[in-house]
Design a protein around this ligand. Structure first.
Ligand code: NAP
Length: 287
């Protein structure tokens, strides 16, 4: 991946990935929007959002099929991420799931394969299976999603667990729980956070975000929209990746432009006042 360094986050193995990528949840579900969704994803890649996140869960494979169509001919420009259901994350099922994802995506490898959330399959079994997928070349690296600090600590004690490349968790201006413990822990272990729902689903996950006067004023000062400010905020520090989902070219162009917005310390302090991080440990927020 050749993202320029200021726009890039480094994975533990040294690979640079763009700080802003593209989510694809609920994409591929409707024939009416398919052409525009594909155009949006392709434009995103052109504009530097080369990391594309999908999952076998999304539309039970429809999102992966759409992504496969969108990246045809440009596979090598994309950092492709998919996720396995927890109940498929062990033994032969893991390999079968991965192979089915590869088929739908029209590729022979994933850049990153994530455990979608922790289920009943022991983490040891998942790590062993992931390492085998790496050895066979089906995936370049693996990571996890929706794991809180205790789960991450446990993961580090499993043989091979320290190969985990990222933990994808919910993070936006209105949901800052990870800043208390998980984010510093991941930083100290050099494991980047991949922030999902960084736009709080266009503000619907937390009312009053985009409408907040501080957010609006900062947006006006940058000639930006409140959602662009939220996106710029989510990647304001190194070691972060955010994956906004946008199904139109207009939204993708706006999101790509947000990568260029640099919030000043003073702006960040004002946002801290408006949306303080919790000063105690709260359970991991997830969808
Ligand atoms: N690991 C997990 O458990 C997990 C959970 C949730 C999500 N995810 C991943 O994270 C991705 C992002 O999260 P998300 O989809 O929940 O929410 P999100 O990215 O916070 O928000 C998506 C919503 O914002 C709208 N939007 C995007 N850009 C916009 C813009 N510039 N102006 C106005 N509206 C804009 C989209 O509308 P349009 O679609 O109309 O453009 C969509 O309604 C997902 O797609 C998925 O890949 C992972």
């Amino acid at each position: 991946m050749n993202a320029s360094i200021s726009d890039a986050t480094r994975l533990p193995d040294g690979t640079s990935v763009p700080r802003l990528g593209q989510g694809t949840w609920n994409m591929g579900d409707s024939d009416a929007s398919r052409t525009e969704e594909i155009a949006a994803l392709r434009l995103g890649v052109e504009l530097g959002l080369q990391l594309i996140d999908t999952a076998e869960m999304y539309g039970e494979g429809r999102s992966e099929e759409l992504v496969g169509e969108a990246i045809r001919g440009i596979r090598n420009e994309v950092f492709l991420v998919s996720k396995v259901y927890p109940h498929n994350a062990g033994k032969e099922r893991l390999t079968r799931s991965c192979e089915a994802s590869l088929k739908r995506l029209g590729t022979d490898y994933l850049d990153l394969y994530l455990l979608h959330w922790r289920g009943n399959v022991p983490l040891e079994e998942t790590v062993e299976g992931m390492e085998q997928l790496v050895a066979s070349g089906k995936i370049a690296r693996w990571g996890v999603s929706n794991l809180d600090t205790e789960d991450m600590r446990e993961l580090m004690h499993i043989p091979g667990g320290d190969h985990c490349a990222t933990n994808q968790v919910l993070y936006h201006l209105g949901s800052r729980g990870i800043e208390h413990e998980l984010l510093p822990w991941q930083r100290s272990h050099n494991i980047p956070v991949m922030a999902y729902s960084p736009l709080a689903q266009a503000g619907t996950l937390r009312k009053g975000l985009a409408e907040n006067e501080t957010v609006q004023e900062i947006a006006r000062n940058h000639g930006a929209t409140p959602l662009q400010v939220m996106l710029a905020w989510s990647i304001r520090e190194g070691n972060m990746i955010a994956i906004p989902k946008a199904s139109t070219r207009r939204h993708v162009a706006e999101n790509a432009a947000a990568a260029k917005i640099r919030l000043s310390n003073e702006e960040c302090w004002r946002l801290d006042d408006a949306f303080p991080q919790p000063s105690w440990k709260v359970p991991l927020d997830m969808l």
